[in-house]
Structures are given as C-alpha cells and as structure tokens.
Design a protein around this ligand. Structure first.
Ligand SMILES: Cc1cc2nc3c(=O)[nH]c(=O)nc-3n(C[C@H](O)[C@H](O)[C@H](O)COP(=O)(O)O)c2cc1C
Length: 395
C-alpha cells in the first residue's frame, strides 16, 4: 500500500518531458458496425409532450424537481450487445459501457438516483455536495434562455449536505447494476474552508465509483481562485493520501472552468502532468461567466451560462488542455452537447468521455440514446471500429 511519502515520490518522479507519448490514432478498415439502440417511440412522444407542454411552462426549479421525481416512469433503454464492441472504454480503472454521462448539478442530492439511467446514460455525477446542507442563493436563480437553447444559473451549491448524501449512496449501492457508474462531485460550503473537500472525500469516496473535485463553479465566491497549480496539487494529493491509506481505489477527476486564458492553461497543464499518477481525469468544462451573443431576455442575468452557446467555448478549452497535456490525462468533455455530431466533435477534440446537462432540459429524455446511435454512424463513416480511435483525431 502506498504511504504519504510514496505519493510524494510519485509526484516528484513524474517527468513531463518523458511523458509525451501521443497515442497512435490507427485508422482501421471499417468493420461493419451493427449498432442501433431501439428508442421506445410512443414513450418518447408521450414524455416529450409532457416536457414541452407541462414542465417547460412551470418555473425552472419546479420543473427540474418534478422531472427528477418522475424519471422512473421512463421506459428503460436496452443496449444492444454490440455496444461494448464500439463504445466501451476503461478510464481511471472503470469500465464505461459508453461515453455519455449525466453532468453534475442535475441530481444534486441523489433524489432520482438510478432512475436517470433509464434514459440510457452510462454514468451519473451526483452533487455538488458540501459538508453542511445549504440553501444556495436567493430565488430566482435559474433562468431558461429558450431562444438560445441555454440556461443561466446562480444556484450556489444548494444541497442537502453530506449526511443526506451518504445515506442516499448506501441505498443506491445496494441496487445499482455493475455497468451503472455513479460519481460524486465535491465542493465547499459558501463560508467553508479548503478542508471541506477532504471532509467530503473521506465520507463518500468508498461509496462511489469516482470523485470529482470541483473548483470551477462560478456561484461560490472565490471558488475558481483554487484553480492554481499549488492548490490543485494540495487538493488532489490530500485526497489521494487518504485513499491509499484506506485502500480506496475510486479514481479522482478534476473539474475546471472554461474561463481560462491559454497562458493559464499552459501553466496548469504542466502541473497537472506531474499529478498524472494520482489524477485520473479532467472534466472540461463547467459553465461560463462569458456572454457570447445571446438573444433571450434573460441574457444579462448573473451566473453561469450552459447549453448551446457554451459548446464552442468549452470545446476550445478542451482542445487546448488536450494539446498542452499531450493527451496524457483522459478528458471528460462537457458543455453544450446537444446531438451526436457535437458529441463526436468533443471526442475528436480530445475527450474520451462526455457529459450532458442543458440539452436534457430542452430535448428528448432519450437524448443519450440518440447521441449514441448517431455517433456509431460517424465512427463508421470515419473508418474506425471503436470510439477510442477517434479520441483526439482533430487535435
Ligand atoms: C442548473 C445547473 C446546476 C449546475 N450545478 C452544478 C454543480 O452543482 N456542480 C458542478 O460541477 N456543475 C454544475 N453545473 C454545470 C454542469 O455540470 C455542466 O458542467 C454545464 O452545465 C455544461 O454542460 P451543458 O452545457 O451540457 O449544460 C450545473 C449546471 C446547471 C445548468
């Protein structure tokens, strides 16, 4: 078992210059890819009607709460056997049956839990959880920008706290199937300390498949200031030290913001490469505080912007990190994905896995299945036989 000192040695011994071994991107002769997820059509029409005519007319938070509570009514997606031939990948020691997961903040308290898997996602990231329950910012704090296919939120880590989350995780673990991956996104209370991250890690890491250290939400004052090499090294190595002492194998991911300059990215990438033995992935990105051209009346609301206008911004950041880290750290691409083509663009920009959020609000509940069907076609058109061959193909 690794001890503190060994972790320090691991950190010291990682030489960036040696670490550059770009994955060869082999083009295989296209195998006949026989892949199609059958989407329950009547069910889709019925649930989408409810979403369009009932939920979209309710206040956004009420609509989200209701949709989480009725998620179990969705007819579950059945994956064809060929899913593993094309889409399954091992990242951070975990077997992801396919790359499309649900991003953090959708089910902050694990209310819907396993029901969200019925839409066809492979993984769900619960949270952000903070040590103590907190109400978050005052309402209104969640705005639909329908015309822009976007959302602005300034929720501020509203969540029921660690004690509640731990009891939810115990329940979910008793029922979940082996291919259903559950991660937890950890943060700090508004008036909390850096130590909040370790507190959350200690209580949850043995109960989940992976842990995301989130230092990128724009709605907790000064949280993004933690995006420095020193703070990242401290947060990741403190968590890893605890993990190795307690035989916890769950990989650690780090979620970053899209509002970073190339000069910041270069500095961060250098230090992230030194952590690659203890950091299993980067989640890129969270919401943006930038305001690209928007038309909706809510465009000037304060908070983080997600959805369609975030796609280009977050994909650029993803590409820059993939280049600067020389594809040595797996990336989970998130931000503005709303169809199979955009999902595939993130993959070609260097993402191994993907997450979606805002498009699930505006589109079919079976969006993950639609994305997979379309991506299987693009993989075939490009002459690949497995998604991993497309990762970073357009860097
Ligand atoms: C209402 C809302 C709440 C969110 N809450 C969290 C959160 O608690 N923690 C987190 O890391 N990201 C949170 N996010 C960010 C998403 O996980 C994701 O990074 C972002 O929305 C970009 O993806 P999208 O364009 O597909 O929505 C939230 C996003 C929204 C819209």
């Amino acid at each position: 078992m690794l001890q503190h000192q060994q972790i320090d040695e691991l950190l010291d011994s990682t030489d960036i210059s040696d670490s550059y071994k770009k994955k060869p991107l082999k083009k295989n002769i296209a195998k006949d890819i026989d892949f199609k997820i059958e989407i329950p059509k009547y069910h889709e029409i019925f649930t989408n009607f409810g979403k369009k005519h009932v939920l979209q007319n309710l206040p956004p938070e009420t609509a989200r709460d209701i949709s989480l509570r009725v998620a179990g009514l969705l007819k579950p997606i059945a994956f064809p056997d060929s899913i593993t031939d094309i889409f399954s990948q091992e990242i951070g020691g975990l077997n992801f049956i396919h790359p499309v997961g649900l991003a953090a903040g959708f089910d902050k308290d694990g209310v819907a839990g396993l029901a969200m898997f019925q839409s066809g996602i492979s993984a769900i990231e619960l949270g952000t959880v903070t040590p103590y329950p907190q109400k978050g910012n005052a309402s209104p704090r969640l705005f639909r920008l329908k015309e822009d296919k976007a959302i602005i939120n300034r929720m501020g880590f509203n969540n029921a706290g660690l004690v509640h989350m731990v009891s939810r995780l115990h329940k979910l673990n008793n029922r979940k199937k082996p291919h259903q991956i559950i991660g937890i996104n950890i943060g700090k209370n508004k008036t909390g300390e850096i130590a909040d991250y370790l507190t959350c890690f200690k209580q949850t890491a043995h109960l989940v498949d992976y842990i995301t250290i989130n230092i990128s939400s724009p709605n907790t004052p000064n949280l993004r200031d933690l995006q420095t090499p020193d703070m990242i090294q401290k947060l990741v190595s403190d968590c890893k030290n605890h993990a190795v002492q307690h035989n916890i194998t769950a990989p650690i991911f780090l979620k970053l913001a899209p509002d970073l300059e190339l000069s910041d990215i270069k500095i961060l990438a250098k230090s992230l490469l030194k952590l690659q033995n203890i950091l299993s992935g980067l989640i890129l990105t969270n919401t943006t505080i930038a305001r690209p051209e928007l038309i909706s009346k809510h465009k000037n609301q304060q908070g983080g912007l997600s959805g369609a206008p975030l796609f280009d911004i977050s994909t650029d950041i993803l590409k820059q990190f993939a280049r600067e880290t020389e594809m040595q750290i797996p990336i989970i691409g998130v931000g503005g994905i709303s169809n199979g083509l955009q999902a595939y663009q993130k993959i070609k920009a260097g993402a191994s896995l993907l997450q979606i959020y805002t498009a699930m609000i505006y589109q079919s509940n079976y969006l993950p299945a639609h994305i997979l069907n379309d991506m299987a076609e693009y993989i075939k058109q490009d002459g690949y036989s497995h998604i991993s061959q497309a990762v970073g193909a357009e860097l």
